[in-house]
Design a protein around this ligand. Structure first.
Ligand SMILES: CC(C)(COP(=O)(O)OP(=O)(O)OC[C@H]1O[C@@H](n2cnc3c(N)ncnc32)[C@H](O)[C@@H]1OP(=O)(O)O)[C@@H](O)C(=O)NCCC(=O)NCCS
Length: 207
């Protein structure tokens, strides 16, 4: 089957949302786990498509789109934009859960994150100002397509001026951690979010 890598188009959004949900539990299907699964793409996918469409890449085969990589070159600018444009409507729709984490259930962790996103670019990450996300359905795993998508995305953010990139990875996602290691990412001690590992690498334009 021929695989085509191309820029994300408006018409792709539904398929991309579905992939985001089906890979949203540290790489596994999150559909059954969340009571508001639509918050996964609303937080981790759609703002990237709107803010940085030139850095959003998808992989498609005869069955449809099966993977994507999205990124932003300037996490600080992205954070400011999201505070102004993206989060307000969503915050109106999804109220903040109780501050006591012990009472959280379902998608409360996403509702909380919506109201309290991590700092856009904490000082220990300042050398790696870009960040992004990659998700492929299982039929794309182990095919080399993920590497192609990451390289396209990293080249795009490099073209927009970024000379380093950081990614947050669920600490339990051993496959993703191994994948990033193969791509030259290294873990740093600092992590902006609980239960995640932050991996970083320099960007040279030759990705
Ligand atoms: C993470 C992802 C992009 C990686 O792409 P991929 O094509 O699966 O990656 P690769 O097959 O090139 O590399 C994965 C590596 O992890 C290894 N691996 C697989 N399962 C593993 C496990 N449970 N523990 C440790 N390593 C594991 C593979 O053997 C491979 O290493 P190798 O090439 O040395 O054998 C893809 O699996 C994916 O989209 N997963 C679902 C969504 C996700 O987790 N996204 C990342 C969120 S941060």
């Amino acid at each position: 089957m021929t695989v085509r890598i191309h820029s994300a188009r408006r018409a792709d959004v539904e398929q991309l949302r579905s992939i985001c949900i089906r890979t949203g539990d540290a790489g596994a299907d999150a559909s059954g786990k969340e009571d508001a699964p639509e918050l996964l793409p609303a937080i981790f996918l759609e703002p990237y498509l709107v803010f940085a469409p030139d850095c959003a890449w998808v992989a498609e085969d005869g069955q449809g789109i099966f993977g994507y990589a999205v990124g932003v070159a300037d996490s600080v600018a992205f954070g400011k934009w999201a505070e102004r444009v993206w989060w307000p409507d969503l915050r109106g729709t999804y109220p903040e859960p109780d501050t006591d984490k012990a009472g959280w259930h379902g998608s409360d962790w996403l509702r909380h994150r919506l109201h309290h996103p991590p700092e856009a670019l904490a000082a220990p990450l300042s050398r790696w100002p870009a960040h992004g996300h990659i998700d492929l359905l299982p039929r794309g795993h182990g095919t080399g397509v993920a590497e192609l998508l990451m390289k396209r995305m990293m080249h795009s953010v490099w073209k927009q001026g970024a000379r380093g990139i950081h990614l947050g990875v669920a600490a339990s996602n051993a496959r993703a951690l191994r994948f990033y290691e193969k791509l030259g990412f290294e873990p740093v001690e600092f992590t902006p979010e609980p239960e995640t590992v932050c991996v970083v690498r320099a960007l040279t334009g030759e990705q």
